[in-house]
Design a protein around this ligand. Structure first.
Ligand code: NZQ
Ligand code: ZN
Length: 390
């Protein structure tokens, strides 16, 4: 293992069909007034909201409702949540929804007791809250698998005025105190969102895996996660109500991005930077934005990362090396990835998610670029990748 790293993840997980019963165990240690964040209404339609509110009421908690947290939450909505939390002096925050609601809840939790411009301080300047700043505890009841937000410090917010979507990874104080993962809750997720979540998981693993060439335990774990995800994704697309598949997808999502497989890795994350920018301009689901630039991005990365891509072809896609050069093997692995993406119905071009040639310069201008993985891109390279992805 190379580098020096700290591994600390304080999130307690409750997993399975009975997981929500454990919510009451967590409530004693939390304050009286809870800010209940949720999205555009799916939790009301599928009955999860009623179950959660009944448990909170039984425990005598005061609930401050904050509905309408949109997919890809906006800065404006963040301000609204912070205002609501301050006015009602909430003691803690409960996120009820997917990655958007969970991310958003962390953003509010970090900002309520910050006296200055929290957007500038945390997201634009990338600082962590000061050691002595009060941070509200966050709990998460997850209803969609994908982002890993339930067990990490990530918080992605979109400044809709500027079409600028950016994330901040908060330190472990902002990781949810607990997360409740009932795979049944994900059964009502629209199929398109389920697929977007599946690719988000795959890409999180790849963003960490495709960096460095040393022998690293994290890569072996990553390969196992990818292999499992491929099996589960095929079963879930065939039968979305397959509990075995949906539960494996949910558990894989959490471990794909909870800081475990980044240990000793330099990581990449440029597909996510491209995806965030595409998302801000097209409003497509997060996982689709990532899928749409995947072929063009990894074709480039492969040229500098041949040994790793050749290993990936064998360990993840079971491609036999006999009779192939390293380059041919790497190509075959990439082709297998694209075939799987097509098979489960993911977009492979940015046109499919609504991007047009006229948007390209704007998308380039809002893409955050840094040296990453096997590439060190310029703005011109980003433009090329987007053009190749049309
Ligand atoms: O608005 P509601 O009613 O909640 O509907 C949502 C939304 O329309 C719906 N949904 C969720 N659970 C459902 C359901 N519909 C029916 N039944 C259910 N059980 O699905 C839609 C998408 O939900 P959303 O939370 O937006 O999706 P996701 O979990 O993919 O989260 C996306 C956000 O997370 C950020 C993304 O950028 C994006 O803003 N990310 C956060 C990361 C992190 N914290 O580390 C990393 C990721 O790379 C990602 O950037
Ligand atoms: Zn992602």
């Amino acid at each position: 293992m190379q580098g020096n790293f700290k591994y600390h993840n304080p999130t307690k997980l409750y997993f399975g069909e009975e997981a929500l019963n454990c919510l009451k165990d967590e409530l004693d240690g939390l304050g009286q007034t809870v800010l209940l964040n949720y999205g555009s209404g799916s939790v009301k339609r599928n009955g999860i909201y009623d179950q959660v509110v009944a448990i909170l009421r039984e425990a005598g908690k005061t609930i401050v409702e904050n509905p309408g947290v949109m997919s890809n939450p906006t800065l404006e909505k963040l301000h609204e949540g912070v205002r609501l939390a301050r006015e009602n002096k909430v003691d803690w925050i409960l996120a009820l929804g997917g990655g958007s609601v969970c991310d958003y809840s962390k953003g509010v939790a970090a900002s309520v007791y910050y006296e200055g411009d929290y957007w500038q301080q945390f997201w634009l300047d990338g600082h962590q809250p000061a050691k002595d700043q009060r941070i509200l505890p966050v709990g998460c009841i997850l209803t969609m698998a994908g982002t890993g937000s339930e067990m990490n410090g990530g918080c992605v917010i979109t400044d809709a005025q500027k079409n600028f979507k950016t994330g901040h990874v908060f330190d472990s104080r902002l990781m949810p105190r607990f997360a409740i993962l009932n795979p049944r809750f994900t059964m009502t997720v629209p199929i398109e969102q389920m697929k977007a979540g599946i690719y988000d998981i795959m890409n999180h693993i790849m963003e960490q895996y495709f960096s460095d060439f040393d022998d690293n335990t994290s890569d072996y774990i990553a390969e196992g996660l990818m292999r499992g995800l491929i099996v589960a994704s095929r079963a879930a697309v065939k039968d979305p109500l397959n509990y075995e598949a949906r539960s494996n997808i949910m558990w894989t999502a959490t471990w794909a991005l909870n800081t475990l497989i980044r240990c000793g890795k330099s990581e990449d994350w440029m597909v996510h930077m491209l995806g965030h920018s595409l998302g801000a301009w097209t409003h497509a689901p997060h996982g689709y934005t990532l899928a749409s630039v995947t072929p063009a991005y990894y074709r480039r990365a492969m040229e500098n990362g041949l040994p790793k891509f050749a290993r990936y072809a064998q360990t993840v896609w079971n491609i036999r090396p006999e009779g192939k050069t390293e380059h041919e093997l790497a190509e075959a692995g990439l082709q297998a990835l694209c075939n799987w993406m097509k098979e489960i119905g993911l977009p492979l071009t940015i046109s499919e998610i609504g991007a047009t040639p006229e948007m390209i310069d704007n998308i380039v201008s809002t893409t955050e670029i840094f040296p990453a993985g096997y590439l060190n891109l310029t703005a011109d390279d980003v433009k090329q990748i987007l053009l190749e992805s049309l």
